[in-house]
Design a protein around this ligand. Structure first.
Ligand SMILES: Nc1ncnc2c1ncn2[C@@H]1O[C@H](COP(=O)(O)OP(=O)(O)OP(=O)(O)O)[C@@H](O)[C@H]1O
Length: 349
């Protein structure tokens, strides 16, 4: 933001500990609330959590919130993005190594992420991208609760809670031979699906929260967004989800003049105005969980018979997750043939 005196939206003072918790993630969307409630019930119970959802919906933040909301909050939260590190490094990153274990290894060795997470939570992001050879070793660690660093003779006991995330339909990866079935069952004690931003009904609360966060440490007064901007936000499809909204708000706040306190359309990037009228045609947001199981609610809201191209990836992923990855059940809920869904999965996922 511009000057140090830039006023910011008044935030509920969370005190010095601004760590994200399940309660703090709640901004009024029924679908999200259902996810938070379900996740909250398994925290601290040694049940592995698998988080599905598009990129930027807040999967890592949810993993952190689970950690901070449970009995391990005082322990470490260690994240590893399985898609971001080269296959050759995953092994040493995860398991660590003893000094001189391989050419180029550090003399003093290195503690792997699994051991670093001892007493806390290990978050494996994009677990669907983990190489098969690593999957076998990870499975052994999860079964035996012990890790053997590369080059070590002794196994080291580890006590970790496991949270994983992926944008892939993992049981399809299992069928395709890319993901081990036994590991799949190990990691998905409970699967939750984080809705994409375009399906959320709480964008106002989220905008407020994001502005508050951007303004931490700055003098606060009242920065908000105009009604017009809010309408654009509500219509836009947000392909980059919350990460994109966060960036848009960050830039808009930076563009405000010192005496401006309202984000206006002129502070937004062009793409926000390119609202496809398609939004009204796109699959409807799922009904609140308490009304009916979301998949069925979606079908009754008019999905049955819709052309497959009209079904977006997020809805398919959600319905699949809600049916435990069972393609037949998901196809029934979506009102399409099982083979059609298989074809769609094969082509797009
Ligand atoms: N409820 C929220 N309130 C404030 N910020 C949020 C919220 N949810 C997500 N964010 C922010 O949005 C960004 C994306 O979140 P996060 O990294 O958790 O998403 P992700 O689904 O794990 O993304 P990817 O799949 O690309 O790894 C982060 O900067 C995060 O801080």
């Amino acid at each position: 933001m511009g000057g140090a005196e830039r006023p910011c939206h008044s935030a509920p003072d969370a005190g010095p500990d601004r760590r994200v918790t399940l309660a703090r993630l709640s901004t009024g969307d029924a679908g999200l609330q259902r996810v938070l409630d379900r996740a909250g019930k398994v925290v601290g119970r040694n049940i592995p959590l698998l988080i599905q959802g598009e990129s930027g919906v807040g999967k890592e933040l949810l993993a952190q919130a689970c950690h901070n909301s449970g009995p391990r909050a005082g322990g470490p939260f260690v994240a590893l993005n399985c898609a971001a590190i080269p296959e050759t490094l995953i092994e040493s990153e995860l398991f660590g190594y003893v000094g001189g274990a391989f050419t180029g290894a550090r003399r003093e060795g290195a503690v792997g992420r699994i051991q670093q997470a001892h007493g806390g939570t290990l978050f494996l992001d994009e677990i669907g991208d983990m190489p098969l050879s690593m999957q076998a070793r990870l499975l052994r660690v999860l079964q035996e609760r012990r890790v053997v660093p590369i080059g070590a003779r002794e196994a080291v006991p580890v006590d970790i809670a496991l949270v994983s995330a992926t944008h892939r339909v993992l049981n399809e990866s299992v069928k395709g031979g890319f993901f081990r079935e036994d590991l799949y069952y190990r990691i998905n004690g409970l699967t939750v699906y984080l809705p994409p931003l375009r399906e959320r009904t709480d964008i106002r609360g989220l905008v407020e929260q994001l502005i508050d966060e951007e303004c931490i440490g700055r003098p606060r007064d009242s920065v908000g967004v105009s009604e017009e901007v809010m309408r654009f936000f509500e219509r836009y499809s947000w392909p980059g989800n919350i990460r994109q909204l966060q960036n848009v708000l960050r830039v808009a706040l930076a563009l405000l003049d010192d005496d401006e306190q309202v984000i206006l359309p002129q502070h937004l990037p062009e793409e926000i105005f390119a609202t496809e009228p398609a939004r009204a045609d796109s699959p409807p947001a799922l009904a609140p969980a308490e009304a009916a199981p979301p998949a069925r609610a979606a079908v009754s809201a008019g999905l049955r018979g819709r052309r497959l191209q009209g079904l977006d990836e997020s809805l398919i992923l959600r319905v699949l997750a809600e049916h435990g990855g069972n393609v037949s059940a998901a196809a029934r809920a979506l009102g399409i043939a099982r083979n059609t869904l298989y074809r769609k999965l094969g082509r797009d996922f």
